[in-house]
Structures are given as C-alpha cells and as structure tokens.
Design a protein around this ligand. Structure first.
Ligand code: GUN
Length: 305
C-alpha cells in the first residue's frame, strides 16, 4: 500500500521583499560613498537583438540601478552585429574608467561565440561572474565576483535562516549560469553551505528517486512545471529558478511566467518554497547590483591607484 505524501503548512520565500531589503542596504552605501566624495557605481549592459525575456531583464536591471542611485548605461545592438564588432564594444567598456562593471545579456545570436565574449570581459568588471577567472576563484574558495542567481539563492537561504549544514541538496540542471555554480557554492564549507550536493541533468537516471531524497531541491532546468509532487520529499525546501514565458490569453501581455515547479501541487508538501514570479528572479538583480558595488569598491580586485 502506498500512502499519500503528508501535506505541511508551507512558507513562501519572498524574493521580492528580500531583494528590496538588499537594495535599500546598497542605496545607503551609495549615499555614504557620495558623501565621502567618491563617484557612484556605474553598471553598463549590452543587449543584442530583441528577445522578449532579455528586454525585460535588462530593463529591470537599469531600473534597479536608478533605484539604488547607481549610474547605468544601456548599449543596444541589432542581432546583425558581428562577433568582431561586439568584442570591440566589450574592449571599449573594459577600458572605460567610468564603467565599474558590465554585463552582456545572454542568450546571444547563434553566429556569436558566447564563450569568446564572456572571456573578453575583464574579470574585474565581470559583474555577472561568468568569466573563467571568477568561476575558478569561486571553485578555489578565493574572493571572486560570484554569479548573481546562485549567490541570490544562497542569500535567500541565509536570510530565511534555513539550515543547510549536512543537508542533501539536489540541483536539477547543470548550466554554467545556475546549476553548476550553485552546486559548488552549496557544497563549500561556508554558512550557508556544507550540503551534500547531487547535480542532476538530462542524462540522470531515476531522477524522481533522487529528488525525493532532497532536503533542499533547486530546480534550474528551464522546463515549466517539470517538478511534480511525486518528486518532492515532504518538508523539503524548494527553490524554483525557472522563468519560462508560456502563452496565457488571460494576461494583457498574452503570456505568463512559469517556474520549473508545479507550484499548486508541490507547495503544500514543502516547508519553504520560492514563488515564480517574486522568488529567485528579483534576487538575481539585487546580487548583480551588489557585485557592481563590490567591483566599484575594488573589493575583489583592488583598483589601481
Ligand atoms: N541570461 C539569463 N540570465 C542571465 C544573467 O544572469 N546574466 C546575463 N548576462 N544574461 C542572462
């Protein structure tokens, strides 16, 4: 006989509110920097083409800069830009003393080698934390500019005081942006951290069997409502990184944002869960701002006098 998993009263992990708190802390620091006669941090974003999701993210990043008192610059290019032209823009930003950090919004058009562009960004200005230098330093436990979404997840666990030490964390999805780095961060001897981490991906066998053993389940595979109730241990903490646009005629925009977790059936089983929208998404932007502040202050890579 099988028994139905036990339902619990769950709590929402409010990423929107947490991100607001972080932005207030950053804004206070910007006020202090200004009062001490320093320039305010300046973030630049390169957006290539007209992908709807990327447009929204970049717009939100620019608005967030205004909100905390940063300067921001948006550089837009058509998707006909050549790789050489884009690399030249990156090189310009690398050497622009006004710019403390910049990002190249992904995905890029297929004719551009994304890795080449990521490697062209100076590690000191790589506020996305995607450059191999920053990834390598993160793996080695050295000070680094950390990728924003993984550090946003860690920050949510910290601020909600969720125990991670000794817990089994299962990550679904091995992307360079989220799955791989978050699995590294949560396995480190840090607080939060010290998890036993299992990194699952498209070739994983018996996925549900593994995810059912997770105390902390991170869904970062980009498939709407992939995680269902049968994949979740009662009482687990569930972090939903998915943000896929799906058609929804009831919305003015014609689409709705869907997470990787079937929220309606999974939430009642969990102890804590992030919603979509309003969970991990706003944290990514807050952590990008924090990286920009750290880059401006030369915290990781001291600035030349
Ligand atoms: N595309 C999806 N997520 C990200 C991100 O965090 N940074 C950049 N630059 N592009 C993305």
């Amino acid at each position: 006989m099988t028994t139905a998993p036990e339902a619990t009263t769950y709590r929402l992990i409010d990423g929107k509110q947490t991100a607001e708190a972080i932005k207030e802390e950053i804004a206070a620091e910007v006020t202090q920097l200004k009062a001490a006669g320093h320039k305010v941090p300046h973030l630049a974003a390169i957006l290539v083409g007209h992908d709807g999701g990327s447009e929204t993210y970049v717009r939100n990043k620019v608005l967030a800069c205004e909100r905390v008192g940063f300067e921001s610059t948006l550089l837009r290019y058509e998707d006909t830009i050549t790789e050489a032209e884009l690399l030249a823009k990156v090189e310009e930003l690398n050497h622009d003393p006004e710019i403390d950090g910049f990002i190249v919004q992904l995905p890029l058009p297929r004719h551009i080698d994304t890795n080449k562009v990521i490697e062209a960004v100076m590690p000191e200005k790589d506020v996305d934390g995607f450059h191999p230098m920053n990834i390598g330093r993160m793996v080695a436990g050295l000070p680094a500019l950390l990728p924003a979404t993984p550090s946003g997840i860690v920050e949510l666990l910290r601020r909600y005081e969720l125990v991670t030490d000794g817990k089994h964390c299962v990550v679904i999805g091995r992307s360079n942006i989220v799955g791989t780095p978050v699995s590294i961060l949560l396995a480190k001897n840090l607080e939060p951290g010290n998890c036993t981490v299992t990194l699952c991906h498209s070739r994983t066998q018996n996925l549900a069997e593994i995810t059912r053993t997770a105390d902390i389940l991170v869904a970062a595979l980009g498939r709407p409502e992939f995680v269902t109730a049968d994949m979740v241990k009662p009482g687990a903490v569930v972090i939903d990184v998915g943000t896929t646009r799906v058609e929804d005629a009831t919305k003015k925009s014609g689409w709705a944002l869907k997470g990787d977790v079937n929220f309606a059936e999974v939430a009642p089983l969990t102890s804590y869960i992030t919603p979509v929208p309003g969970g991990v998404g706003p944290m990514t932007i807050a952590m990008l701002l924090l990286n920009t502040l750290r880059a401006a202050k030369g915290e990781v890579y001291p600035k030349q006098a």
